[in-house]
Design a protein around this ligand. Structure first.
Ligand code: 5AD
Ligand code: SF4
Length: 478
């Protein structure tokens, strides 16, 4: 149960105590990357500064992912490694508080407590605002767990991002606009670990976008498990769609680029598609998971669309924005998937042509309907299908990158490059681009002529050095 009394008394406590260190390690999706920044926001007023080194941390948080089996196993092996660090620190008289957060915590909190006595705190994604309380509880009562789905919206309890944390975000940041999912694809744990769909109100999102922009962020990715189902309350009292929201975010001074992820084919409405043509800040990149190209399997997955529905959506998106880079997620070896079904997936990939993609072997998640389905696909067969699919997708990605060579695109520079004198950034199509250029360009957008390809990235030459002020809001469609 949530203990709101303790919560309130904490907010009256004096700020910043003596400095302590927190190390947050995130697995899985971009929502976890965003949540990690919000956990840092909650802990900063408690005197915690972030560190990349677990061995010097007073508090270590594993921000876990439950979407596929291996991710949960990784958590247990991480915990083994951290136990050694905790013991070594104890020998030096230093205490280390170990917290498991994220979706494994939500789904298997009690089991983690049982299987891993080294863990002090378990906290689900809906309760990050309670971290300080839970840490205090663990200190006095040894261990604490909170995996409730509280009635109230968790966003109401999270503080705004602190300056210190925003400063570390660089030129590009995630911004959660929606969380949870009501779609219940039969393979997926998300509706159980992240709960029902909740959209944040427009004003909150715009306030966060303004803070990010003020701290130098030029590109925001609006994220949600089902981001194009967004329906948050607007300042005019009506529910806004994602397209409506994106137009408002584009008005925030300093925000030059907008992306959104992850979408569901059923929610690709006309307005959102038209925005790819009409809004210059909307990047020509769409991640739209299809999972399978076989209608039989799509039905068993409860996707509620066919392969041809997906092809039609892609046709409409390409009409609006012919150069758009497409990305998708695929699952092979779903229960009952035959060789013929798999060939339908290969055909869909060949028909559409993806610039990038994620593909996975089906992994049965306890508690989901597909876990109990008959006709499991033998492991060796699933592996062979995954290799064949990945070979095709890699070939398409390389072809997409190769076709970019010779073009001039605007690159948002985000960090130092691999070699001295290089800087690295992203093209509008989310390609990694390396150029020789001054570190002073990090945080700005500049035109680059693409000259060559490496395995999964591109090289290019700066066309000229931009006036940073002249960049604002300018994004040319190459
Ligand atoms: N097995 C394999 N892949 C899965 N995904 C989600 N659940 C599973 C599962 N049980 C994949 C889907 C989804 C992506 C985030 O992870 O492709 O789009
Ligand atoms: Fe999972 Fe399907 Fe919801 Fe995506 S739409 S989060 S795959 S249930």
């Amino acid at each position: 149960m949530s203990d709101l009394t303790q919560e309130k008394s904490r907010s009256a406590a004096p700020p910043a105590r003596a400095e302590k260190r927190v190390h947050i390690k995130s697995f899985g999706c971009q929502m976890n990357v965003y949540d990690a920044t919000r956990m840092a926001d909650v802990l900063a007023p408690e005197g915690y500064a972030e560190t990349d080194n677990a061995a010097e941390a007073d508090l270590v948080i594993l921000n876990t992912c439950h979407i596929r089996e291996k991710a949960a196993e990784k958590v247990y092996s991480e915990l083994g490694r951290l136990r050694v660090i905790k013991d070594e620190r104890a020998e030096q008289g230093l205490s280390t508080m170990l917290t498991v957060a994220g979706c494994v915590a939500q789904a298997e909190g009690a089991e983690i407590m049982r299987r891993a006595p080294v863990v002090d705190v378990v906290v689900g994604p809906q309760s990050y605002h309670r971290l300080p309380t839970l840490i205090d509880q663990a200190r006095t009562k040894r261990r604490a767990i909170d995996t409730d789905f509280p009635e109230e919206d968790k966003f109401d309890h999270l503080p705004g991002p602190s300056r210190q944390v925003i400063a570390r975000r660089g030129a590009s940041a995630f911004l959660t606009v929606q969380e949870g999912c009501d779609k219940f694809c039969t393979f997926c744990v998300v509706p159980y670990t992240r709960g029902a769909e909740v959209s944040r109100p427009v004003e909150r999102i715009l306030a966060e976008a303004r803070e990010l922009a003020a701290a130098g962020v030029r590109e925001v990715t609006l994220i949600g498990q089902n981001v194009n189902a967004y329906h948050g309350r607007g300042p005019d009292g009506t529910d806004w769609t994602l397209a409506h929201l994106a137009r408002a975010v584009a008005e925030v001074p300093g925000i030059a680029r907008i992306r959104y992820s992850t979408s569901h084919p059923r929610d690709m409405d006309d307005d959102l598609i038209a925005l790819h043509r009409d809004l210059a800040a909307f990047m020509p990149y769409l991640h739209l998971p299809v999972q399978s190209g076989a209608d039989r399997i799509l039905a068993a997955m409860n996707r509620k669309h066919t392969a041809d529905d997906y092809r039609r959506i892609i046709d409409r998106v390409r009409q609006a924005r012919p150069d758009i880079a497409l990305s998708s997620d695929f699952i092979v070896g779903f229960p009952g998937e035959t060789e013929a079904d798999f060939n339908e997936t290969m055909r869909l990939v060949a028909d559409i042509g993806f610039a990038s993609a994620f593909s996975f072997k089906y992994s049965a998640r306890p508690g989901t309907p597909a876990a109990d389905m008959a006709d499991k696909v033998p492991e060796a067969e699933a592996s062979a299908r995954l290799s064949a699919l990945q070979a095709l997708l890699t070939e398409q990605q390389k072809a997409f990158n190769a076709a970019s060579v010779g073009r001039t695109v605007d690159v948002l520079f985000e960090k130092a490059g691999r070699h001295p004198g290089q800087i690295a950034g992203k093209s509008p199509y989310l390609q990694a681009v390396q150029v020789n250029g001054p570190a002073a360009l990090v945080g700005t957008i500049a035109p680059v002529r693409l000259t060559g390809i490496a395995t999964f990235s591109l090289f290019g030459d700066l066309i000229n050095t931009p006036e940073p002020a002249a960049n604002l809001g300018m994004e040319t469609h190459a």
